[in-house]
Unconditional design. Structure first.
Length: 166
């Protein structure tokens, strides 16, 4: 039986997250060819992990999924909030269909701050549909990408919400 733990990602998780990302890169799509691209992606993963806004799903000691997020500086500036921007998310193919991505998302939503995301038109994982099922609203769409936003319910106290990745 699977014993998946959802927890806050740390810099020590960066390499394991990169391995999962390599497995799903073609679906996102994100290019990881060449040492420069790989180094830049590792730096972005480490930065997201250090932001303390990212989560990792771990099963029997192995990373099986991740949700990378960082401060959405533009949204924070315009709306004076603690908004986060989802940069990348993925679940290893062998662990799909078990609710890992929704659990990662709910852990982030429990922080009670607005969330933004951009999904490339070439995304092959139905991410727009997955996010809208979780309550995200499409805010803009063109031929290249779809922009989405989730706003917490103001009647729910995030401090009272259970945060599995604390």
């Amino acid at each position: 039986m699977e014993q998946t733990e959802i927890r806050r990602a740390t810099a020590a998780d960066a390499e394991a997250i990169f391995v999962v990302l390599e497995g799903v890169a073609g679906e996102i799509p994100v290019r990881l060819d060449g040492e420069d691209r790989r180094s830049l992606m590792m730096a972005q993963i480490r930065g997201c992990c250090l932001s303390q806004a990212s989560s990792v799903a771990v099963d029997r000691g192995d990373a099986i999924g991740f949700l990378l997020a960082e401060a959405d500086r533009l949204d924070r500036f315009h709306h004076d909030n603690g908004a986060l921007h989802l940069t990348y998310a993925g679940v290893a193919r062998a662990h799909r269909g078990r609710g890992v991505l929704p659990r990662l998302m709910r852990a982030l939503m429990a922080q009670g701050v607005p969330l933004t995301a951009e999904v490339k038109a070439k995304n092959a994982s139905d991410m727009v549909q997955r996010l809208t099922r979780l309550g995200f609203q499409v805010t803009a769409q063109d031929g290249a990408e779809t922009q989405l936003r989730w706003t917490p319910d103001p009647s729910v106290d995030p401090a009272a919400a259970e945060t599995p990745c604390a």
